[in-house]
Design a protein around this ligand. Structure first.
Ligand SMILES: Cc1ncc(COP(=O)(O)O)c(C=O)c1O
Length: 402
């Protein structure tokens, strides 16, 4: 059963809820009306959260589906509420009349744009409707019965958890004392059955980064033994993305895959555009397991082409995010809390009560956040960085609980 919850369990949870256990408000009422809850296989929430000491850690999808409509602050999914840019929105409106056409001609355009910017060739790129389908393609391609995948713990679980469906083992390597990926330990964990090493940098949910030079040396060395997947979903929030990216390894012909997404700083989470960069042969192999760019709508593609060059918007969104993040740091300090300094649009910090109880109490106050498990405790909160009014709503609710 592991990280999944069955329908029977859900109903049992419902019985407990009726008895007054704390839970995100409205969870069960909506749950039974939602088609997600009628899976014939008996399992609901395919990528459900972990169970920690008997209490469940809800996923973003679960929180989103069960959030009250009057949510004051949506701070559970690391989205960018400052986007998409006005130019991207206009591009969508302009593209609408011809959206009865397949999007072939826009693909060449955006592949070339990314290739020129990164100093690679269009053959090095594979796009998808968000980076998730490309993570999925990699999960399938690099898995085999008896195989294993290596990731940090905690880290973004999408790729390794999907690989675990087809692999024998998911090797989770604990973070260092500084909450960064432990590259040395990850390298040591590689064995003859390892299909892929998944590096999320900056790491979700900690917001930490590994030293760029160290990671570069790691990629160069380790990629000779096994493919290294570097997920750079949050790199746009860093001071020097060009100095931090591992795309140089792709240029140098290394056996690495670098993933990016428009879902974060570009504000495209609902528009769904992402890409990976790798050797052309690797791109061809992964193409076998995904619809790739033909799964992206013509409207989203044209918006992405405009957003990619909209430096003014990106700088402004970054500035506002950093101001909101600084404000959050001050609130936490004032209330006597510590936090892990973040290089991203989310912050992880230890709380003083059970994580799910905290999530539930914040939700009752109209603020959606996530709890997380770290160091064998689920008393951690991950709060995404939103607009200032959302951070103020977070602060008001948080003060009542702290
Ligand atoms: C580290 C990381 N990679 C990939 C994704 C997937 O993003 P998308 O499919 O929207 O591109 C996310 C989403 O939150 C993420 O946190």
């Amino acid at each position: 059963m592991g990280n999944k919850i069955s329908r029977r369990q859900l109903l049992r949870t419902g019985a407990l809820l009726a008895g007054g256990l704390p839970i995100a408000s409205g969870l069960l009422g909506k749950a039974q009306a939602s088609p997600l809850y009628h899976s014939e296989g008996g399992e609901v929430f395919p990528e459900s959260g972990m169970t920690v000491a008997g209490s469940k850690v809800w996923t973003e999808r679960e929180i989103a589906l069960n959030a009250p409509p009057e949510l004051k602050a949506r701070l559970f999914a690391n989205e960018n509420p400052f986007g998409p840019s006005d130019k991207a929105k206009k591009a969508i409106m302009d593209a609408m009349p011809k959206s009865y056409q397949y999007p072939f001609m826009f693909l060449q355009n955006i592949y070339q744009q990314i290739a020129d910017h990164e100093g690679i060739k269009p053959e090095n790129i594979l796009m998808g409707a968000g980076s998730s389908p490309l993570l999925m393609a990699s999960a399938i391609y690099f898995s085999k019965p008896g195989g294993n995948i290596i990731s940090g713990d905690p880290s973004y679980e999408d790729l390794p958890s999907k690989a675990a469906r087809f692999n024998e083992k998911w090797i989770k390597v604990p973070l260092t004392n500084e909450y960064t990926l432990d590259l040395d330990a990850m390298e040591k964990a590689i064995d003859g059955n390892t299909g892929l090493v998944y590096i999320c940098n900056p790491n979700n949910p900690t917001g930490t980064v590994v030293d760029a030079e160290k990671l570069r040396a790691f990629c160069e060395r380790v990629s000779k033994r096994v493919t290294v997947f570097v997920d750079e979903a949050y790199i746009d929030y860093m001071e020097d993305p060009a100095g931090m990216t591992m795309v140089g390894g792709v240029k140098a012909g290394q056996n690495i895959i670098v993933a990016r997404t428009f879902s974060k700083l570009h504000g495209f989470a609902g528009l769904r555009v992402g890409y990976i960069m790798a050797q052309p042969e690797m791109v061809k192999k992964l193409e076998n397991y995904t619809e790739g760019p033909m799964s992206i709508s013509a409207t989203s593609l044209q918006a992405a082409i405009v957003s990619y060059g909209d430096k003014e918007f990106l700088q402004e969104a970054l500035k506002k995010t950093l101001a909101s993040r600084d404000y959050l740091y001050e609130v936490l300090k004032k209330e006597g809390y510590t936090y892990i300094p973040s290089h991203t649009n989310f912050v992880l910090f230890p709380i003083k009560m059970d994580g799910e109880h905290f999530v539930s109490e914040m939700m009752k106050r109209g603020v959606g956040v996530r709890s997380w498990k770290l160091n064998n405790s689920n008393n951690w909160c991950r709060v995404s960085i939103g607009r200032m009014d959302e951070m103020e709503a977070f602060a008001a609710a948080f003060k009542e609980l702290s």
